[in-house]
Ligand binder design. Structure first.
Ligand SMILES: *[C@@H]1O[C@H](CO)[C@@H](O)[C@H](O)[C@H]1NC(C)=O
Ligand SMILES: *[C@@H]1O[C@H](CO)[C@@H](O)[C@H](O)[C@H]1NC(C)=O
Ligand SMILES: *[C@@H]1O[C@H](CO)[C@@H](O)[C@H](O)[C@H]1NC(C)=O
Ligand SMILES: *[C@@H]1O[C@H](CO)[C@@H](O)[C@H](O)[C@H]1NC(C)=O
Ligand SMILES: *[C@@H]1O[C@H](CO)[C@@H](O)[C@H](O)[C@H]1NC(C)=O
Ligand SMILES: *[C@@H]1O[C@H](CO)[C@@H](O)[C@H](O)[C@H]1NC(C)=O
Ligand SMILES: *[C@@H]1O[C@H](CO)[C@@H](O)[C@H](O)[C@H]1NC(C)=O
Length: 804
C-alpha cells in the first residue's frame, strides 16, 4: 500500500500526447504512419506477405535516406503488419520539418512516455467444477490458444510456467513467435511450449536514456514482477503452491491453465514508450496470438477529435480486424466518474472487483478488547502482550513530535524508547501530507519497533485511509484499524494506562496488546463488489470529456488482493523482494482473468470473432453477487449500489459465456462506420487515422454499432437503435424479450418475440423514447429469455436531454 493505491504502481499508464497537434520541441522519438498498405491490408499471406514486409522495410529506409542526412536520425522500428509506418529518433528540427512536408506520410505522432499502473480466483469463478471439465480438465483448458501479454516480461523459472503437459507438444502450428534468449536470465529453453514465445522491445526506452541494462535487462526476463503476475493469472499452471515469507497461502491456478503464453516485453522499471508498445503489438499479431492482454493504458484522455483515433487504439482496431481479441484494463482512476482509460468499442475493457477472500487480522488489547483490522501479517510472539506506544510519545525531545504522528520518516524517533514495543501511527491528521502505509512499515523497521498499529487520529471520525482496499504482505507484525469504534476504544485504553509526568512526558507505557496471525484467509461469502479504484464510465469521447455512445467498462473481474507469480529479484515492491509470489490489486490483475476466460471460449469456439467473444462475456455476466444481492461498488467510505458504468455488463460468468445462445457480432467495416459518425470527427480525420474513407451510406448514430449494450449519451425525443443477433445455439430457439426500462425512457423492441435457427440472424429495432429529462444517465436492460434456457442480457444506459 503506497500513498496511492497499490495498483497505481502496477497499472501501466501511457501518457498520450496530442494526436495531431503541433510537435513538441523536446520530443526525440516520433511515430510516423505512411499512406502505403500494411501487410494485413495487402491481403497476401505466407511467402508473399513476408516479401511484402521486407519491401516495406526497404521502402522506409529508402524514403528516409532520400529525405534526410544520414547522421540526422535513426530508425528504431519499421511497423509493417498492422499499419505501415516507423518510429524515428531524431534531435534535428530540420529533419522534422522535412518530414512534415514530405509526401506519403499520413500522421506524425510524437512518442509518449508510459508510466507504471490472484489463488482463490478460479474457484470463485466456478471454473474447476463447471468449465474446465468440459474442456478436458485443467491441464487442457485453453490448450492450443495463445495469449499474448504486452507487459514487463516473464520469470521463466517460475513453476506457474513450467511445461507440465504430458506427451508431444500441443499444436500451436499457426503461432510463429520466436524466443529471444540472453545467456543467463533467459536461456533458449525458457520457451518450453507453455511459454510459446518471448521477445522484448526496448529501442525507444534505450534512446531515451531511461533503460538501465543492469536492472531492466535486454531480454524478455521480467525484472519487475508485474508481467509474471498477469501472465500467471491468465494461464499459469494448475494448483501451484503459493509460499511467501515461509508461509503457505494455498494454491494458485491461471484461468486457462492449458493455454500458451507469448511474451512481448515493452514495459520497464521506469515505465515505457508507446513506440515500443506499438512495435510489440505489431509483432504479436504477426506472430499469430489469439488474444492480447494489456494491463496498460493511457494516464490521461488523449486530445484530438476523438480518443478512438489515437495511434494505439487504431493499431488495436487492426489487431481486431486480424481476428485478435484485445482485452485491456479500464484504469485505476475510480471512483471518479468518466475516469475510464480504455475507450474503444473494439476493445474489451475490464473493471476490477473485490473477491470473497479476506485477510483480516485481530488485535487484543491488554484489557481484553478485540478488534479486527487488515494486513497480511505474522503474529507477535504467542501469549506475550507488548507495550503500545503512540508515535508522539517515542520521538526525540528536540523534535516537533506532533508532526511525527503518521510515522512517515524514521528520523524523529528515539530508538531506545521504541525498542520492544508496538508503535501506534495515525492516519487522517489533516495537517499532514497523505499517510502512506509503505512509509509507516519502513519507519517501523528502521527504528526497531516490534510491530505497528495504524489507527485513526484522536477525535477524528470519518476520514478514510485510501489504501484499505489492498492487502499487504507485511514483513513484521502490523494491523490497520480503520473504524472509528476501534480508534475511540484504543485511545481511551491507551490514555488511561499511560502514566505521564507534569510536562506530559510518558514515564510508564502501561497499555499493551498482541497482534494475531493475519495470514489465514477468511472466506466471507460476500462480494464481488466493484473495487473503489476501478475506473468508472461513462466512456469519454475526447479530452473535453464529452461522453460517447459506448458502454465502458465492458465487464467486471477479480482484481483486489490477487496472489500470483512474481520475480524474486524484483525491487519494484519492497514487500515482495526475494519472493516467488505476490499479492497485488488493480485493474491490471482483473484484465488477465478475462483474457484467460476468453481463451477458454476461443478453445471451444475457434472461429468466433473478437466481437462475438466480447458479446458472449457480456450477455452472460452476472448482476448479482454471491448472496444474490445486486452488485455494489466500493466508494471512499463504504458500498453503494453499482451501475453499468461501474461494472459494464456485470461480473464475468465463464460457464454461461461458453454457451451464450445469441451473440452480437461486429466487423471492421462497422467500426469504421461508427468512427465516421462520432461527434466532432470528420471524414478526413478517419481517413488519416485508418487509411479508409467513410462510406457514403451510414447510420446517423454511434449507438447503432452492433454491441451487446446500448448507450445513448444524448437522447432528444426518440431514437431507433438497430441490433442484429446471431444464434450460436445448437437448436432452434424461441426468445421472448423482457424490457426493464431506464427511468424516464420508454423502450419497445420489435420483434418482441422471435424464433431463431442455429447460425441465423435477426434484426431488432429498439425504440427509445425520452419521457423525462433527468440530466443524468438512467439504466435498464433487455433480457432475451430463450426456451432452451439461454438468458441474454443487454444493459441500457440512456441520458435524456432537451437539446442536442
Ligand atoms: C542502473 O541500475 C543500477 C543497479 O540497479 C544502479 O546501481 C545504477 O546507478 C543505475 N544507473 C543509472 C544510470 O541510473
Ligand atoms: C523458513 O523456514 C526454514 C525452515 O523452517 C528456516 O530454516 C528459514 O530460516 C526460514 N526462512 C525465513 C526467511 O524465515
Ligand atoms: C474478520 O472480520 C470479520 C468482520 O469484518 C469478523 O466477523 C471475523 O471474525 C474476522 N475474522 C478474523 C479471523 O479475525
Ligand atoms: C531517547 O530516550 C532516552 C531514554 O529514554 C533518553 O535518555 C534520551 O535523551 C532520548 N534522546 C532524545 C534525543 O530525545
Ligand atoms: C535531535 O537529536 C538527535 C540526537 O541527538 C539528532 O540526531 C537529531 O537530528 C535532532 N533533531 C533535531 C530536529 O534537531
Ligand atoms: C486519498 O485519495 C485522494 C484522491 O485520490 C487523494 O487526494 C488523497 O490525498 C488521498 N489521501 C490519502 C490519505 O492518501
Ligand atoms: C453453424 O456454423 C458453423 C460454422 O459455419 C458450423 O460448424 C456449425 O455446424 C453450424 N451449426 C449448425 C447447428 O448448423
Amino acid at each position: 500500500m503506497a500513498s496511492v493505491p497499490i495498483c497505481a504502481l502496477i497499472i501501466l499508464c501511457i501518457l498520450l500526447a496530442s494526436y495531431q497537434g503541433s510537435l513538441n520541441v523536446d520530443a526525440e522519438v516520433f511515430l510516423v504512419v505512411m499512406e502505403d498498405e500494411s501487410v494485413i491490408s495487402y491481403k497476401k499471406s505466407g511467402d508473399d506477405a513476408l516479401k511484402y514486409k521486407e519491401k516495406v522495410i526497404t521502402r522506409h529506409d529508402i524514403f528516409l535516406e532520400s529525405l534526410l542526412p544520414a547522421d540526422s536520425y535513426s530508425k528504431l522500428y519499421s511497423y509493417t503488419h498492422l499499419f505501415n509506418g516507423f518510429a524515428l529518433h531524431t534531435t534535428s528540427r530540420e529533419a522534422l520539418e522535412v518530414l512534415h512536408s514530405a509526401q506519403g506520410i499520413r500522421i506524425i505522432h510524437e512518442d509518449v512516455k508510459m508510466v507504471k499502473m490472484t489463488t482463490h480466483s478460479p474457484e470463485y469463478l466456478g471454473l474447476p467444477t463447471r468449465v474446465w471439465p468440459s474442456l478436458g480438465g485443467p491441464d487442457m483448458a485453453g490448450d492450443g490458444v495463445v495469449i499474448g501479454l504486452i507487459d514487463t516480461g516473464i520469470n521463466p523459472n517460475h513453476p506457474s510456467f513450467a511445461n507440465l503437459k504430458p506427451g508431444p507438444p500441443s499444436d500451436i502450428g499457426k503461432f510463429r513467435g520466436k524466443c529471444e534468449s540472453a545467456a543467463h536470465e533467459f536461456p533458449l529453453n525458457a520457451c518450453n511450449g507453455k511459454i510459446a514465445g518471448a521477445q522484448y522491445f526496448a529501442r525507444a526506452a534505450i534512446v531515451s536514456g531511461d533503460f538501465n541494462a543492469s536492472h531492466d535487462f535486454a531480454s524478455p526476463f521480467d525484472s519487475d514482477g508485474h508481467g509474471s503476475h498477469t501472465a500467471a493469472i491468465a494461464a499459469g499452471n494448475f494448483r501451484i503452491p503459493v509460499i511467501s515469507n515461509n508461509f503457505s497461502y494455498g494454491f494458485a491456478s491461471g484461468m486457462a491453465p492449458g493455454a500458451h503464453i507469448a511474451i512481448y516485453k515493452a514495459i520497464y522499471s521506469f515505465g515505457g514508450y508507446m513506440s515500443d508498445v506499438v512495435a510489440a503489438v505489431d509483432k504479436a499479431v504477426e506472430d499469430g496470438v489469439d488474444i492480447l492482454s494489456l494491463s496498460i493504458g493511457p494516464s490521461a484522455v488523449p486530445t484530438g477529435p476523438a480518443a478512438f483515433l489515437n495511434i494505439l487504439e487504431m493499431e488495436l482496431l487492426f489487431a481486431v480486424k486480424a481476428g485478435v481479441l484485445v482485452v485491456q484494463a479500464v484504469g485505476n482512476g475510480g471512483p471518479t466518474p468518466s475516469s475510464v482509460l480504455s475507450f474503444s468499442p473494439w476493445i474489451t475493457s475490464v473493471a476490477a472487483s473485490t473477491i470473497d477472500r479476506k485477510y483480516n487480522n485481530s488485535i487484543i488489547f491488554g484489557n481484553g478488547q478485540v478488534f479486527t483490522g487488515t494486513a497480511l501479517s505474522l503474529p507477535t510472539q504467542e501469549g506475550l502482550f507488548l507495550p503500545l506506544a503512540a508515535a508522539e510519545d517515542v520521538c526525540n525531545w528536540n523534535e516537533t513530535c506532533i508532526l511525527a504522528r503518521n510515522c512517515q520518516r524514521p528520523e524523529p524517533f528515539n530508538r531506545s524508547l521504541i525498542q520492544g514495543k508496538l508503535i501506534v501511527c495515525t492516519f487522517s491528521d489533516f495537517i499532514f501530507s497523505p499517510t502512506s502505509v509503505d512509509s509507516i512499515v519502513s519507519t517501523a523497521q528502521k527504528i526497531g519497533a516490534t510491530g505497528f498499529v495504524i489507527i485513526m487520529a484522536r477525535g477524528r471520525s470519518s476520514e478514510f485511509l485510501n489504501e484499505t482496499t489492498s492487502t499487504l504482505n507485511l514483513p513484521l507484525p502490523g494491523i490497520v484499524l480503520s473504524s472509528r469504534e476501534a480508534s475511540e476504544a484504543f485511545w481511551d485504553y491507551y490514555d488511561s494506562h499511560t502514566l505521564r509526568s507534569k510536562n506530559e512526558v510518558v514515564v510508564k507505557f502501561g497499555a499493551c496488546a498482541r497482534i494475531l496471525d493475519g495470514r489465514h484467509a477468511v472466506y466471507t461469502g460476500k462480494g464481488p463488489s466493484v473495487a473503489s479504484y476501478s475506473s468508472r464510465g461513462p466512456d469519454v469521447n475526447n479530452a473535453l470529456m464529452q461522453t460517447a455512445d459506448v458502454l465502458k467498462p465492458n465487464i467486471l473481474a477479480p482484481g483486489t488482493s490477487i496472489w500470483s507469480a512474481w520475480s524474486p529479484t524484483s525491487q519494484s515492491d519492497q514487500y515482495n523482494i526475494g519472493q516467488d509470489f505476490a499479492i497485488l490489486s488493480g485493474t491490471s490483475m482483473a484484465t488477465p482473468h478475462v483474457a484467460g476466460v476468453a481463451a477458454l471460449i476461443k478453445q471451444k469456439h475457434p472461429h468466433w470473432s473478437p466481437a462475438m467473444i466480447t458479446s458472449a462475456l457480456m450477455t452472460s455476466a452476472m448482476l448479482t453477487d454471491h448472496s444474490g444481492e445486486l452488485l455494489s461498488a466500493q466508494v471512499r467510505d463504504g458500498l453503494t449500489p453499482a451501475t453499468p458504468f461501474d461494472y459494464g455488463a456485470g461480473f464475468i460468468n465463464p460457464s454461461h459465456a461458453l454457451n451464450p445462445g445469441l451473440v452480437f457480432d461486429a466487423k471492421f467495416r462497422q467500426y469504421i462506420q461508427f468512427l465516421c459518425v462520432v461527434p466532432g470527427v470528420d471524414d478526413e480525420s478517419v481517413r488519416r487515422a485508418v487509411g479508409t474513407g467513410c462510406p457514403t451510406v451510414r447510420s446517423d448514430w454511434c449507438s447503432d454499432l452492433n454491441t451487446a449494450s446500448i448507450t445513448v449519451s444524448n437522447l432528444v425525443g426518440s431514437r431507433q437503435v438497430i441490433r442484429k443477433v446471431t444464434s450460436v445455439g445448437s437448436m432452434e430457439e424461441r426468445y421472448q424479450v423482457v424490457v426493464r426500462e431506464p427511468a424516464g425512457v420508454a423502450v419497445t423492441v420489435n420483434p418482441q418475440a422471435f424464433t431463431i435457427q442455429p447460425n441465423s440472424s435477426m434484426i431488432l429495432k429498439i425504440m427509445l423514447e425520452g419521457r423525462e429529462i433527468a440530466n443524468d444517465y438512467t439504466f435498464g436492460e433487455l433480457v432475451f429469455n430463450g426456451d432452451k434456457n439461454h438468458v441474454v442480457k443487454v444493459p441500457l444506459a440512456i441520458f435524456v436531454s432537451s437539446t442536442l
